[in-house]
Design a protein around this ligand. Structure first.
Ligand SMILES: [Zn+2]
Length: 68
């Protein structure tokens, strides 16, 4: 279980690109660690900011083959 969790305040800064480099790294790293709790936090905040969040990973049909 991760010790660190992304808090709303950090997410807000992250989405506004106001977070420090280190914060960015920590947040991204944490999300990559697949913490569902923080993913929801970030996705909810991203929506409020009008960001498009990636759909469910299991939607490969929408991917067009863009080779080269
Ligand atoms: Zn977390």
């Amino acid at each position: 279980m991760p010790e660190f969790h992304v808090v709303g305040e950090q997410v807000e800064r992250f989405l506004r690109a106001e977070a420090t480099r280190q914060e960015n790294r920590e947040i991204v790293r944490h999300l990559l660690a697949e913490c569902p709790l923080c993913r929801e936090t970030v996705q909810g905040a991203a929506r409020r900011h009008g960001f498009k969040t990636p759909a469910q990973p299991e939607a490969p049909r929408l991917r067009m083959a863009k080779a080269g």
